[in-house]
Design a protein around this ligand. Structure first.
Ligand code: NDP
Length: 282
């Protein structure tokens, strides 16, 4: 049973948590809806993840967000998974259901929602950089949204191959794995490039080994990195004449879906967006 002496609690588990606007965004939107809840951030090393999840359960937290590098590893510590989280094999949101902690995944849907108005993935060719928790969520949702083919470009072959297989299994969508050892030259047939590695987060100097030389200017380039919001990859894509999408919309929409799961309320996404921009001094 949740502890009646405590206000409702939610938290973020990640490593690092500095530079992540989630706590600031959630506190603003909880206040906007008049909820006297608390949202905390905890830096959790991988070897302590199980203890952290057991602590959330013991202390009666209403829910939690899970960030890198824990989104895949957290699965083994949960009582059950939602169908989306089970399909993706990663969890970014924990929700209490009675005595159980349930793993949900709102990252992929949040990304696809942030694409609306910029790009319709149906029938399109996608290349995704990365094969971690964020890439898995985004790839599965893009496949379910009707993408014609998804190439997975990743440094570690095992993870890249596993994601390519998952995409085909979950949605029947064609997928291939591209080993990322040297510079990845984006092929001319790609319509959407999604940067879903952790390269560049909190590191504005980081450069990805990617070349736009063969890419068409009609390409849309999206980056999940939100700090900085305008990444070197997006700058390079703009120079090539491509349209770009930063990671801020995904932060807002994946968070809005978590808020709804915890509170039952549809959050004010304008307040959430403004909070993220204020946190990042945009
Ligand atoms: P994971 O740790 O699960 O995966 C990281 C991925 O990045 C792996 O594919 C890894 O490749 C790749 N990678 C890391 N370093 C390098 C490198 N030097 N060279 C090549 N590849 C590298 O992280 P997540 O998937 O959970 O998160 C990825 C990013 O997305 C993070 O920055 C996270 O903060 C961000 N994110 C943003 C969201 C938003 O709302 N905008 C929501 C969720 C996540 P390999 O498999 O070879 O190790």
């Amino acid at each position: 049973m949740p502890n009646p002496l405590l206000q409702e609690l939610c938290c973020l588990l990640g490593q690092p948590v500095a530079g992540n606007p989630t706590q600031f965004m959630m506190e603003k939107v909880l206040a906007r809806h008049g909820l006297d809840w608390r949202y905390l951030s905890f830096e959790v090393p991988p070897e302590s993840l199980g203890d952290a999840v057991r602590g959330i359960k013991a202390l009666g937290f209403r829910g939690a967000n899970v960030a890198r590098p824990h989104t895949m590893a957290v699965v083994e510590f949960l009582d059950r998974l939602s169908p989306a989280a089970a399909a993706i094999g990663a969890v970014n949101c924990l929700v209490r259901d009675g005595e159980q902690l349930v793993g949900e995944n709102t990252d992929g849907k949040g990304f696809v929602q942030s694409l609306v108005g910029v790009f319709d993935p149906a029938g399109k060719q996608v290349a995704i950089l990365g094969a971690g928790g964020a890439a898995r969520a985004i790839a599965v949702e893009l496949a379910l949204a009707g993408a014609a083919r998804i190439s997975v470009v990743n440094r570690t072959p095992e993870r890249g191959l596993a994601l390519a297989e998952l995409i085909t299994q979950q949605a029947g969508t064609q997928s291939d794995f591209v080993p990322w050892s040297a510079k990845y030259a984006i092929p001319a047939e790609i319509d959407l490039l999604v940067q879903a590695t952790s390269i560049g987060m909190n590191d504005p100097e980081a450069r990805l080994p990617v070349s736009f030389k063969q890419a068409r200017p009609e390409l849309v380039a999206a980056d999940v990195v939100f700090n900085p919001a305008d990444t070197p990859l997006l700058e390079l894509a703009r120079k090539h004449g491509c349209r770009v999408l930063d990671g801020l919309g995904m932060v807002v929409y994946q968070g809005a879906a978590c808020f709804k799961l915890w509170t039952g309320l549809d959050p004010d996404t304008t307040v959430m967006r403004e909070a993220v921009e204020e946190f990042l001094s945009l």
